[in-house]
Design a protein around this ligand. Structure first.
Ligand code: IPM
Ligand code: MG
Length: 368
């Protein structure tokens, strides 16, 4: 396939393990360029603590400009060590960078696929008889409202202080995310599990009503509603029963971390954040992991699979996406493991894992 147009990609590696796993994702993308005859232009920008060092800001205007002039954003991770959160470099780093960028581009749809590769069955925390059915779910998290973006305040004097965080939802916003969930379900097992707390919260009552209404447009899909507390239990008891899990921002944050362990490690997981115009940001779920940064032991797979999602959702490159997923699967089948998914297989560094995946890309295609 020949594609002469250059795809401009903002590369925001960030902090901690971000830069080292990003190198591996770019390595894989360069190989994709070569094999499929594409042209990618990577424009690097600083964000998070690394941006603060140079600009005294976590999301400087230089980085905003890079993101604005690109067709997609490949994001690493931001944030510093827990015990340094009060230092200016790290204070409110996540809010000022990742939440700011979500807000800036109005990313409202967050997709977090969680799949247990058969090669990693032994790394899964769940009992073998529970994972027998396989685990392959997609968390669809609303990303632009909820308690995250409501008013926040703390007032009063020590001893009698009061804090509040406002939770709110607009019907239109719920409608949009519900459509995204059903559309995704149509390409999968056609089941949507919507999570809320409709026995208590007004936001959730509205959520349930609107989602039920949207479901009427998708008669080929099954919809079920599950309360969030019950869901946190069901998803562990019977993970194989879930396909698309539709969630408001806060519950989506929590449940998506819960189910992420099913994949063997947080380091395995990619994500996509999309806006109504189809512009997207792609980031691994692993976070900046400052404790292992710079040691060459981080798992680059979540970042590599995020790059694959970018190819699919931003550029419609489905074959290229599948080629990367197959190469990851092959590398795992061959027994190669970073520390987080170690199960007695062959231990490899961050760099070696990336190289093997890139090499398997070639092999996959020659075979196919
Ligand atoms: C995530 C993260 C963020 C969130 C933090 C870093 C603000 O936990 O992407 O899930 O809560 O959305
Ligand atoms: Mg989270």
């Amino acid at each position: 396939m020949k594609n002469s147009s250059v795809k401009k990609i903002a590369v925001l590696a960030g902090d901690g393990i971000g830069p080292e796993i990003m190198v591996e994702a770019l390595k894989v993308l360069r190989k994709i360029e070569e094999i499929f005859e594409h042209k990618f232009e990577f424009i690097e920008g600083l964000i998070g603590g690394s941006a603060w060092e140079k600009y005294g800001e976590h999301f400087p205007k230089e980085t905003v400009a890079i993101a604005e002039s690109s067709e997609a954003i490949l994001f690493g991770s931001v944030g510093g060590p827990i015990d340094k959160q009060m230092e200016p470099k790290w204070k409110n780093c996540e809010t000022n960078s990742i939440l700011a960028i979500r807000k800036k581009f109005n990313f409202n749809v967050n997709l977090r696929p969680v799949k247990l590769y058969s090669a990693l069955k032994n790394s899964c925390v769940l009992r073998a008889d529970i994972v027998e059915k396989g685990i392959d779910m997609l968390c669809v998290r609303e990303l632009s409202q909820d308690v995250y973006f409501g008013k926040h305040d703390t007032s009063g004097d020590v001893g009698s202080r009061h804090a509040f965080d406002e939770m709110s939802y607009d019907e239109k916003v719920i409608e949009a995310i519900a459509h995204a969930a059903f559309k995704a379900a149509q390409l999968r097992k056609k089941k949507v599990t919507s999570v809320d707390k409709a026995n208590v919260l007004n936001c959730s009552k509205l959520w349930r009503e609107v989602v039920t209404g949207v479901a009427k447009n998708y008669p080929d899909c099954v919809l079920e509603h599950v309360l969030v507390d019950n869901m946190s239990m069901q998803v562990i008891r019977r993970p194989g029963d879930f396909d698309v899990i539709l969630m408001p921002n806060m519950f989506g944050d929590i449940i998506s971390d819960e189910v992420s362990v099913f994949a063997g490690s947080l380091g395995m997981l990619p994500s996509a954040s999309l806006n109504a115009q189809g512009f997207g940001l792609y980031e691994p779920s692993s976070g900046s992991a400052p404790d292992i940064a710079g040691k060459g032991v981080a798992n680059p797979i979540g970042q590599i699979l995020s790059a694959a999602m970018m190819l699919k959702f931003s550029f419609g490159m489905n074959r290229e996406h599948d080629a990367i997923v197959n190469a990851v699967e092959k590398t795992l089948m061959d027994g190669f493991r970073t520390g987080d998914i170690a199960d007695g297989g062959k231990f490899v560094s961050t760099n070696e894992m990336g190289t093997r995946i890139a090499e398997n890309l070639v092999k996959e295609l020659l075979r196919g």
